[in-house]
Design a protein around this ligand. Structure first.
Ligand SMILES: Cc1cc2nc3c(=O)[nH]c(=O)nc-3n(C[C@H](O)[C@H](O)[C@H](O)COP(=O)(O)O)c2cc1C
Length: 392
């Protein structure tokens, strides 16, 4: 490189100018095995890479000489107001990245008026998140073999006032993240190298492990065998608990226990989107689970145009996978999505700096969305449309 471009190498959130900078901060802040857990994808990681590559092929086409001085990001998601077309998506084991990971993600969402989704495999009880974070809360559901777990979660989430249930359908079989597995000599037992690496992160060791103890799967631990409630022990038994027999008939089962809004996460075809509509679901999330489940999968953004045309506004259309820039979000809006769900973008913020880091991630993305709208000749998130986008 002829000139001296150099990314920020310190640890100040205010010096992170984009999500990639936050990712670098995160990478330095947490041990390698924790970063690998966030970062990795299944098998050849082709789905993971493709989620990003898919955005590269989509080019924006602006309207020029439009008055864009009235720009704002306010919108409606699932019939309620939101500060931006964004949702924080469900991710398990958040407290491995920062001591109060679930609460910090939820609080940052509430602060920026966007919904937060708590994972079934969260490390904070759903009641505690409701009591201590506030804001719009959605609960993600994995249907595990022991149906009592799902029933319990749905009933508790309803009692705690959660607004929506996000039924994840692409984890009927557990994806194989091989790089993650290489950090353990046996399930739940880190290799010597991984353990030594953790020792090189004393701040993380103190804040995450020593002060709070090994994170636990608080929502489901009452149902796990003795010793399996912690992130270390649980990782050995959980993969075997995923239920391969889930089908569309389970929407009826869910409806017995859940009367609130219902979204299906993991739809990637028109056929399945039509089924969700026919079964009265309130929304779908086009998702390949951030490339962590089926490898060589299409990306949510790839199938968005055909699914948007088919569902034609009959349910809320959300998409995730690889969203790292405001332009990514505006592309999704142009192709018919109502909002984008964020996974790793906000996990980098969390690992880099807790609630302030998640807030920084949201603020960076919101500033980018706002700038992109302006440069595209739009004043609101409802304006980008197929006219503004071209697939190369
Ligand atoms: C570390 C990690 C944990 C995740 N845990 C869950 C989970 O518990 N439930 C779920 O439905 N999806 C889970 N996901 C998938 C995300 O909800 C989302 O689909 C994905 O992260 C989007 O891709 P992105 O990370 O590239 O934005 C997880 C993703 C990551 C990166």
């Amino acid at each position: 490189m002829p000139w001296n471009r150099r990314a920020h190498t310190g640890n100040r959130l205010s010096r992170a100018f984009n999500i990639a900078d936050l990712r670098e901060l995160a990478r330095r802040r947490v041990p390698g095995f924790a970063f690998e857990y966030v970062e990795g994808g299944a098998e050849d990681e082709s789905s993971l890479r493709h989620n990003r590559a898919a955005f590269e092929r989509l080019r924006l086409r602006p309207d020029t000489l439009v008055d864009t001085s009235r720009r704002h990001l306010k919108t409606t998601i699932l019939g309620a107001p939101a500060g931006a077309p964004l949702i924080i998506g469900p991710t398990g084991l958040n407290n491995m990245l920062h001591p109060d990971g679930d609460l910090e993600r939820a609080r940052a969402s509430a602060r920026r008026h966007i919904p937060f989704t708590l994972s079934t495999l969260s490390t904070t009880r759903l009641e505690e998140v409701a009591a201590r974070a506030g804001g719009r809360l959605w609960m993600q559901l994995y249907v595990l073999k022991d149906r009592a777990i799902g029933r319990d979660l749905m009933q508790r989430a309803a009692a705690a006032g959660y607004e929506a249930l996000v039924f994840t359908t692409d984890a009927n079989v557990f994806g194989s993240r091989e790089w993650d597995q290489r950090n353990y000599r046996a399930p739940g037992k880190p290799t010597l190298r991984a353990a030594l690496d953790a020792l090189r992160h004393p701040r993380w060791m103190y804040e995450v492990l020593l002060r709070n103890g090994i994170p636990r799967f608080r929502n489901v631990e009452a149902f796990l065998p003795p010793g399996a409630g912690s992130a270390v022990g649980g990782s050995t038994v959980l993969p075997g608990m995923f239920e391969a027999s889930i089908t569309w008939d389970d929407i009826g089962w869910i409806r017995q226990f859940w009367r609130g809004k219902l979204l299906v996460k993991g739809v990637l075809s028109v056929r399945d989107a039509e089924r969700a509509v026919a079964l009265g679901c309130d929304g779908i999330v086009l998702s390949n689970h951030g490339g962590r489940q089926l490898d060589y999968s299409v990306a949510g953004i790839d199938v968005l145009p055909e699914i948007a045309a088919a569902v034609n506004g009959r349910l809320a259309l959300l998409v995730d996978g690889g969203f790292r820039r405001g332009t990514d979000v505006v592309k999704a809006l142009s192709l018919g999505a109502q909002a984008a769900m964020l996974g790793r973008a906000t996990l980098y913020g969390l690992a880099a700096g807790g609630e302030a880091g998640v807030t920084r991630a949201l603020d960076l993305l919101c500033a980018e969305i706002d700038r992109t709208l302006g440069l595209l000749g739009c004043n609101s998130v409802s304006e980008p449309t197929s006219r503004h986008i071209r697939r190369e």
